[in-house]
Design a protein around this ligand. Structure first.
Ligand SMILES: C[S@@+](CC[C@H](N)C(=O)[O-])C[C@H]1O[C@@H](n2cnc3c(N)ncnc32)[C@H](O)[C@@H]1O
Length: 401
């Protein structure tokens, strides 16, 4: 195997691992802090420029012992960045204990019970939580133990970009799910595929749609058209979005911030195929919810035939029964029964990360039924919203930062 192939496989494995971990949020009592890891040489401790800034969160059991830990690299310490990274790791119903760093200022506004320990006596390398202190020390020791500098020709060949950031981040991945020797805390690390300089350019969404996706799209378009004219009962009809809406939601999904990408109302998977183009471009995955078993079966066939099974998770069941497991949401496409819209909106908006997007279909062709929900969205101060006259009318809501 050539080293480029090995790097490709490694990248896919990291992506799969980080996406799996993104499904789990820490809950209950959680301690959180900022820290720095990595660096090419021992250097000075703390905020050296060669180190990668990270957020760490550890959930505690009833004896205040560590249960699960998550760590994520961050792009800075401003409130927006810190809040969205915390939302990625910690359930909004958690009780979150942090120090007084300014980046944590917005957490109670997001719904967390936020306890801050501010002490002038704490120095830069001291931690307000002994549990965190131990876990951070363990983590740093493990990273040192798993990073081995290369020398000679191998060194020239291996790292995708020779920056300390890449070295530190790839090192983090290699400690994935490592069981710490001193405690029973399981380390779960996510988001490690988010590097500042992605080695590969983004795949185009609309210029090179794979033929397997195009073929299934065309097949479903023909089926949907027949459905609408041949008297097929309403519940059996595919009731898909038109192509222009597909392109519209793919663009929004690709522009959404980090966080789960979800769809409510899969039907046969036509709109999910459009969203899969955003998944390909952004190296992300979609979770789509379908309540009817018959439709879910067709959707499964769609995803397998179009070759996008690795990008889409289909959840069979009522979205409202699964809402607690979805975590922080970066993008949501809502296209379910109109009677469920208000409840879906109320469940999704509090979970949107800052800048997160909710796009709801049928805002014009079902305006009468949806009017109360649309009015509520337009008045909702948590979001900026607009109805866009494309397809059947799309309500677009963006969560304020
Ligand atoms: C209009 S169709 C979706 C069409 C699909 N988005 C597309 O464009 O290809 C609505 C689908 O939502 C499903 N649905 C309705 N309420 C739901 C809910 N609460 N949870 C999950 N699925 C739901 C219905 O069974 C139906 O298949």
């Amino acid at each position: 195997m050539r080293h480029t192939t090995a790097w490709y496989v490694l990248r896919r494995l990291r992506l799969a691992m980080s996406q799996r971990e993104e499904q789990y949020l820490l809950n209950g009592e959680v301690d959180g802090d900022d820290m720095f890891v990595g660096g090419v040489s021992p250097g000075r401790p703390g905020r050296s420029t060669h180190k990668v800034p990270c957020l760490i969160a550890v959930s505690l059991d009833k004896h205040s012992c560590p249960k699960y830990m998550r760590v994520t690299p961050v792009d800075g310490w401003d409130q927006f960045e810190v809040t969205r990274r915390v939302l990625d790791m910690v359930d909004v119903n958690a009780t979150l204990k942090t120090d007084g760093m300014g980046g944590f200022n917005d957490l109670s506004e997001m719904g967390y019970t936020h306890i801050r320990t501010i002490s002038a006596r704490l120095g830069e390398d001291e931690y307000f939580s002994p549990v965190l202190h131990t876990q951070i020390a363990n983590l740093k020791a493990q990273i040192q133990g798993t990073y081995h500098r290369r020398s000679g020709p191998q060194r020239e060949q291996h790292p995708p970009r020779g920056s300390s950031t890449c070295i530190a981040r790839s090192t983090i991945v290699s400690t994935e799910r490592h069981r710490t020797p001193t405690t029973s805390c399981r380390i779960t690390l996510a988001r490690c595929t988010t590097v500042k300089h992605p080695p590969n350019p983004e795949v185009s969404m609309f210029h090179d749609i794979p033929s397997a996706i195009l073929e299934r799209m065309h097949e479903l378009e023909r089926r949907d058209e027949i459905d609408r004219t041949d008297g097929t009962p309403r519940l059996d009809r595919l009731r898909q979005i038109p192509e222009e809406t597909g392109r519209f939601i793919a663009l929004w999904a690709a522009s959404a911030p980090d966080g789960a990408m979800i769809e409510i109302g899969t039907s046969a998977g036509y709109s999910a195929l459009w969203l899969s183009l955003a998944c390909r471009a952004k190296e992300r995955t979609l979770t789509t919810f379908e309540v009817l078993a018959k439709k879910a079966a067709i959707a499964r066939q769609t995803f397998s035939q179009a070759g996008v099974g690795h990008l889409i998770t289909l959840v069979e069941g009522d979205f409202l029964d699964h809402v607690d497991g979805i975590g922080a949401v970066g993008f949501c496409f809502l296209d379910a029964e109109k009677e469920a819209y208000a409840a879906c909106y109320d469940s999704v908006v509090p979970r949107l990360v800052p800048g997160g997007l909710l796009v709801a279909d049928n805002a014009i062709n079902h305006r009468e039924t949806l009017q109360p929900m649309i009015d509520a969205a337009l008045e909702d101060e948590r979001v900026d919203a607009l109805v866009v006259p494309i397809g059947k009318g799309e309500l677009v809501c963006r969560r304020r930062t």
